[in-house]
Design a protein around this ligand. Sequence first.
Ligand code: SF4
Length: 240
Amino acid sequence: MKRIPVLEVFGPTVQGEGMVIGRKTMFVRTAGCDYSCSWCDSAFTWDGSAKGDIRMLTAYEVMEQLMQIGGNTFDHVTISGGNPALLPQLGTLIEELHERDISVALETQGSRWQDWFWLIDDLTLSPKPPSSGMKTDWAVLDDIVAKLEKRAVSFCLKTVVFDDEDLEYATYVHLRYPKVPFYVQAGNGQLQETEPQRMLPYLVERYEWLIDRVMPNPELNRVHVLPQLHTWVWGNKKGV
Ligand code: SF4
């Protein structure tokens, strides 16, 4: 059985982003990403700085870790990265979790398809806006969205927004896939700040900025406007 490169297992905590924001969940963070976003808040998953912390685990061993840390205090697991969609072997873990009546959420930028996307309970596709420095492959994203819609998977699109150009991109994403629930989220440009209390005024200001931009825009009448909730409580702290 192919092993999974795991960097972190933690929780339970609250999901700070996307369609299940606020949901009590455990996290499994996988290593590796095919992008290198300029503002990535988990660059340690792909920049080599945490290479020594990667553990190659079987799906069963990940399950064991989750149980050891979370005990009976969770029924939901979020698989995060990096880009977990690089890992075809994740299907086994998702099946193991479902066998125990545990729901699974996953976030990916939508650059790769995996057949196990069909099994995910809460799937977030998060294409990256211009400020990331990355380019969206629209043909790949079109294909992923079409495959998910065909099988009525519960999924959403989410775009992080730092500036007006990003919001223009987000609007384009929403208009390209108008039937898919859409979330815009205020970006965090203070990744070096270690003191959560010092960050909060900045995060509130960025959230207000985004609200002010979205409210008068008739093309964004059906969107959800979110902060990155966990940063309001824990700032940039890892593993919470
Ligand atoms: Fe970081 Fe996500 Fe961008 Fe990968 S896709 S570089 S994990 S923000």
